[in-house]
Design a protein around this ligand. Structure first.
Ligand SMILES: O[C@H]1[C@H](O)[C@@H](O)[C@H](O)[C@@H](O)[C@H]1O
Ligand SMILES: [Fe+2]
Ligand SMILES: [Fe+2]
Length: 274
């Protein structure tokens, strides 16, 4: 899109219905899998599996290093780069944008760290990609649309296909059973770590940063509480640095790592249960 200044804005998040490139084919396949296989029951099983935090014991940056093994197959803007590059790119953008809130630099660094589930063998359609709630009617803005849900048994449930489904109006996003993904996992890992000092607003941003149908397409607003309305700006602060840093230069990880280690020591010290 052309900006008033005459410059072109970088374009991100293109999802082609009729993909021609291996990258676009990969992305479409990812979302068709997610939409077909993520059911309310599937997510309940994921909660049992991952919210027992018995997969590994690792300090934060050591776990982050594992993302050098992960390429996110849901992402149309990153073809081959490992996710660790994106972690530091996002963090450095946050550092530039919010110099007086150091915990946000760390939030940028770890916002996608829940993707480590994939390194430990989890299927990517339960780890990466946008999120949305189960147990109620899917919103129109979900990428690839309703046709991509074909074969999902939840479509045959009369309650799950109503607007409110199993929820109450304005119940608050925290009550929603979201598709299982890196967002909820990372949020819960941090909540479970008793010495975590990252403020709640930043944890909230981690938890819902992939809920594009809500924060960017402004759907599901009937589930919002007053708390959610006040918190939305925190998602946007992260989202701007998350999305628009993908074309940035690759940071020199060795040089900047000590700065992030000092933030870890202050905000998320010790060995974490994953
Ligand atoms: O493909 C991307 C990627 O997986 C991100 O980590 C996630 O937050 C986005 O919502 C998704 O579109
Ligand atoms: Fe993410
Ligand atoms: Fe990200």
């Amino acid at each position: 899109m052309k900006l008033p200044s005459g410059e072109y804005e970088p374009i991100f998040r293109i999802y082609e219905d009729d993909p021609k490139t291996p990258l676009q084919i990969r992305v479409k396949q990812h979302y068709y899998n997610q939409h077909k296989f993520q059911t309310l029951d599937f997510v309940k099983n994921m909660h049992k599996k991952w919210l027992s935090f018995n997969h590994a014991k690792l300090p934060l940056l050591e776990c982050l290093d594992l993302l050098s093994q992960l390429v996110d197959e849901s992402d149309p803007d990153v073809e081959k780069d490992a996710n660790i590059i994106h972690a530091y790119q996002t963090a450095e953008r946050m550092r530039e944008a919010y110099p007086d809130r150091p915990w946000l630099h760390l939030t940028g660094l770890i916002h996608d760290l829940g993707k480590v589930m994939s390194v430990w063998g989890e299927v990517q359609y339960a780890v990466t990609g946008d999120t949305y709630p189960l147990g109620c009617k899917p919103a129109e803005s979900i990428v690839y649309g309703i046709q991509s849900f074909e074969g999902n048994p939840d479509l045959n449930d009369t309650v799950y296909q109503t607007k409110f489904g199993i929820y109450k109006k304005n119940c608050g996003l925290e009550k929603l059973v979201m598709t299982w993904s890196h967002d909820e996992y990372m949020y819960q890992v941090l909540k479970n770590h008793s010495t975590c000092k990252i403020p709640e607003e930043a944890l909230y941003a981690i938890r819902f940063h992939s809920f594009y149908p809500y924060h960017s397409s402004r759907e599901y607003l009937y589930f919002e509480s007053e708390y959610d309305k006040n918190m939305l700006k925190n998602i946007f602060e992260l989202n701007a640095c998350d999305l628009y840093s993908k074309a940035d230069e690759r940071p020199d990880l060795q040089t900047i790592r000590p700065y992030y280690q000092s933030l870890v020591d202050e905000y998320v010290p010790g060995v974490i249960n994953w």
